[in-house]
Design a protein. Structure first.
Length: 187
């Protein structure tokens, strides 16, 4: 079940100004390097938690509906289900009316189920179902929980301090401790 990023976040969970203040850098130099570190730290923190920090759009593809009919979506937290579609053998897309399904955006993983207990069958064997979603805590850095923003800042600082080191430094334990409460727990 691939998840394809359709619209990347337009902001970062921490701003360049926040990172420079955290690093105690008062001059204009190094902005591009720090911006790159912020983006990389966000991606690492999102991967470690399984969460999207800033609002982004994803297309989740499935070959078939689950046997228990409840679809578990691979991105969280979900803000909205934008579209649920099935594809015919010839590739024609049929968009399902929102009245035909119910979404549980609060659960992790987020879930989707048909109202009448039956999904329409896709016509193609591979990627016959496409679910487009909006995920993330919000569009602004302030919408991301503070511990997650702090983890990004600490990781940026760690990488900034170790830039140019031959061996790639590990993610510090302090960062992992901040991310731990946000990791998905498997049943």
């Amino acid at each position: 079940m691939p998840a394809i990023l359709l619209t990347a976040p337009v902001a970062a969970p921490v701003t360049l100004a926040m990172a420079k203040a955290h690093l105690r850098i008062g001059h204009g130099g190094g902005d591009q390097a720090i911006t790159t570190l912020i983006a990389a730290a966000r991606r690492v923190a999102e991967a470690r938690t399984g969460l999207c920090f800033i609002t982004q759009a994803w297309l989740c593809l499935f070959d078939a509906w689950p046997e228990d009919v409840t679809v578990r979506l691979p991105v969280a937290p979900l803000a909205a289900i934008t579209e649920v579609a099935v594809f015919a053998a010839d590739g024609a897309k049929t968009v399902l009316a929102p009245a035909l399904y119910v979404a549980d955006l609060a659960s992790r993983p987020p879930r989707l189920a048909p109202v009448n207990g039956v999904w329409p069958s896709p016509g193609r064997a591979l990627n016959g179902i496409g679910i487009t979603v909006t995920a993330g805590f919000g569009a602004a850095p302030e919408s991301v929980p503070e511990p997650l923003r702090q983890a990004v800042l600490l990781l940026v600082a760690h990488w900034y301090a170790h830039r140019g080191d031959e061996a790639a430094p590990q993610v510090p334990a302090s960062v992992m401790a901040l991310l731990a409460p946000y990791r998905a727990v498997r049943p």
